[in-house]
Write a protein that binds this ligand. Structure first.
Ligand code: DQA
Length: 152
């Protein structure tokens, strides 16, 4: 029996405040509720999901460095504010060569100009923004399908 493929879902700074944080922009769902939905979808799709949130750039980098040894096949990441600032997290993702989808709850292109710039989008397999929590589920579905295709 082979283990189901592992997908990591990584959340950047302030996403632990979802549910209380600017609900008019980010909605009312908490991070736990979002993770639970993604996990349930993963069970249906036959993939294993693991979740991580940090408010620290270095912690995110070190987590990403652990992905190859953990056997991670795909990463779903909402880098949050680090999207617009972090060459270091970009470089971490490039260094592990694991395909990833960049997710944002809000439509960043409809917001302040500084949110239109991403250090991740040109490396990402796909970018999803503005779908709210459903964006994470869509990213997981995409990842599961990609994994199935590359398994042949
Ligand atoms: C965000 C958008 C970012 O600009 C912001 O800094 C966040 C959340 C989103 O999910 O919409 O923290 O990534």
């Amino acid at each position: 029996m082979s283990l189901s493929p592992l997908i990591w879902v990584l959340h950047g700074p302030n996403l632990n405040r979802l549910g209380q944080r600017e609900p008019e922009i980010y909605g009312s769902a908490t991070l736990d509720q979002i993770n639970q939905k993604v996990s349930q979808r993963g069970q249906v799709l036959g993939v294993q999901t693991d979740f991580f949130q940090t408010n620290h750039e270095g912690a995110m980098i070190e987590k990403i460095h652990q992905a190859p040894a953990a056997g991670v096949r795909f990463i779903v990441i909402n880098p949050a504010a680090f999207t617009h600032t972090s060459v270091a997290i970009r470089d971490a993702l490039a260094s592990v060569s694991i395909p990833f989808v960049e997710v944002h709850l809000s439509n960043v292109h409809r917001r302040e100009p500084f949110r239109h710039q991403s250090y991740f989008s040109d490396l990402a397999e796909a970018v999803i923004c503005g779908l709210g929590p459903a964006g994470y589920v869509s990213a997981l579905e995409f990842a599961a399908e990609r994994i199935a295709i590359t398994r042949g």
